[in-house]
Design a protein around this ligand. Structure first.
Ligand code: PFF
Ligand code: NA
Length: 451
């Protein structure tokens, strides 16, 4: 990171944007959420819709959001105001930035609690997972959820880690660590898939994830898979706008965004394969829900030779992946507070992370002391997840598509995104028509207006 290239600091190299954005994208969404959502939504039907959503909504919008960030050069709200003014459009478009900041606040609250689970399991991995009957692993996870003290302790540790990095500004530390940790994460997942081929049931995992069965697609699957495509690519929450604002002009947005989406999807599929290979070999329940990751891999670590080391390395890498994503959830709000309200960076970080921490404490308590609370039939955790992933993110995405392709001057978009001729027309057409229509259709379908 250097500040020599203009009013805003910019990434130190063309790799840096790629690395931090992969850091934001690759996280608990890939390793914890994707597998359990797939398991709870019938396997391949979910994967199929998810992949389609990545391709026709996710990648085009990732490009759009990045170009907004680079052109606007500010926090998400300011960027939208600058761009709206430039386009001669209403300042109401600032609402995109606002949805993002509020959404990121809510996501980080429950994200941090889940990252806390992973911290607890990193600790347990360090002690070594004892060989036990498979039921014991489910019970151990249940015991963690039942313990408010442990949940809150680890949630606090994780928020402190996140706040510490954001306090230091957009540091070269994040960039540098990503360069090592992301390839390492990829490598250990490949290893776990290989383990699945040798010691578990990889063919069954393949069938479960990729068996072509469009008849299994229903409303719930559509809605969940679309929401997850947004979640996994960090879309609509200000993270990409903020990171894009640090992006140098020489970088190709299309190529970088494609690579980011490919890396993100690759990690999710590898995680899914390794986890389901164990699920089917051990006769576990694919639809176990949010505990799936923590009830399957520890079981494998307890049985494989060298599992002690592999388990520890794996969980450390997952913590790191979650950490880099959490940083990208906190940074946009901090930039807003600093640039808009003239707050010092330190005060902004403390204020925001304390607020998020408090909501996270409520999430932690919702698994035990406050488990009786529910709204629309959802506990607090599911409520916040649904509100952000399935509603706020697609809504922000829809508005980003509409703004980019309908409100901005086409020549500006063309110049900024760096695509020419047919390639530009294809991408622009998708952002102008296909992505918004797809999002709206899925919404209408869920509300029950169509289908
Ligand atoms: N993309 C992250 C993951 O898959 O874990 C989660 C996330 C990060 C969502 C940043 C939204 C965001 F702005
Ligand atoms: Na992701």
């Amino acid at each position: 990171m250097t500040s020599s290239q203009g009013p805003r600091a910019h990434w130190s190299s063309r790799w840096a944007f790629f690395l931090v954005t992969v850091g934001s994208a690759v996280g608990l969404g890939n390793i914890w959420k994707f597998p359990y959502m797939t398991g709870s939504n019938g396997g391949s039907a979910f994967v199929l819709v998810y992949l389609a959503c990545i391709l026709i909504i996710g990648v085009p919008l990732l490009m759009a959001e990045t170009l907004l960030g680079r052109r606007g050069q500010g926090n998400p709200v300011m960027t939208m105001r600058v761009l709206a003014d430039e386009a001669g459009a209403s300042r109401w478009w600032q609402v995109i930035g606002l949805i993002g900041i509020v959404g990121a606040f809510i996501i980080l609250a429950f994200y941090s609690v889940v990252a806390g689970w992973v911290l607890e399991y990193t600790w347990r991995a360090g002690l070594g997972f004892a060989a036990q009957p498979k039921e014991a692993f489910a019970d151990a996870f249940g015991a963690l959820l039942a313990s408010p003290g442990r949940l809150i302790f680890w949630h606090t540790v994780f928020m402190a880690l996140t706040a510490a990095v954001v306090l230091g500004g957009v540091t070269s530390g994040i960039e540098r660590a990503n360069k090592i940790m992301m390839p390492a994460l990829f490598g250990i997942l490949v290893f776990l898939v290989a383990y699945g081929a040798i010691a578990a049931d990889l063919p069954a995992a393949f069938r479960f994830l990729f068996h072509f069965d469009p008849s299994a697609i229903n409303r719930g699957v559509l809605f969940s898979a679309m929401g997850h495509a947004f979640f996994t690519l960090s879309l609509g929450m200000g993270a990409i706008i903020t990171y894009g604002s640090y992006l140098g002009r020489e970088v190709s947005i299309p190529r970088t965004c494609l690579a980011i989406a490919a890396a993100d999807t690759g990690v999710a599929l590898l995680a899914g394969l390794s986890i389901f290979a164990i699920v089917f070999a051990q006769g576990l329940e694919p639809a176990a829900g949010p505990g799936l990751l923590l009830q399957t891999l520890p079981l494998a670590f307890s049985q494989m030779p060298g599992g002690h080391v592999v388990g520890l390395v794996f969980f450390v890498l997952v913590v790191f992946a979650a950490w880099t994503s959490a940083i990208s959830l906190l940074e946009p709000g901090v930039t807003l507070l600093v640039e808009r309200f003239d707050l010092g960076r330190k005060a902004a970080v403390l204020l925001l992370s304390t607020g998020i921490w408090l909501l996270g404490v409520a999430v932690a308590l919702s698994f035990n002391e406050w488990s009786a609370f529910s709204l629309f039939g959802l506990g607090l955790f599911d409520l916040l997840d649904t509100l952000t992933t399935k509603i706020m993110m697609p809504l922000a995405g829809l508005l980003i598509a509409l703004f980019t392709a309908w409100a901005m001057k086409r020549a500006h978009v063309e110049e900024e995104v760096g695509l020419r001729g047919g390639a530009f027309r294809l991408w622009f057409g998708v952002v102008r028509y296909v992505s918004p229509v797809a999002i709206v259709l899925i919404f209408l379908n869920v509300i029950g207006v169509i289908g």
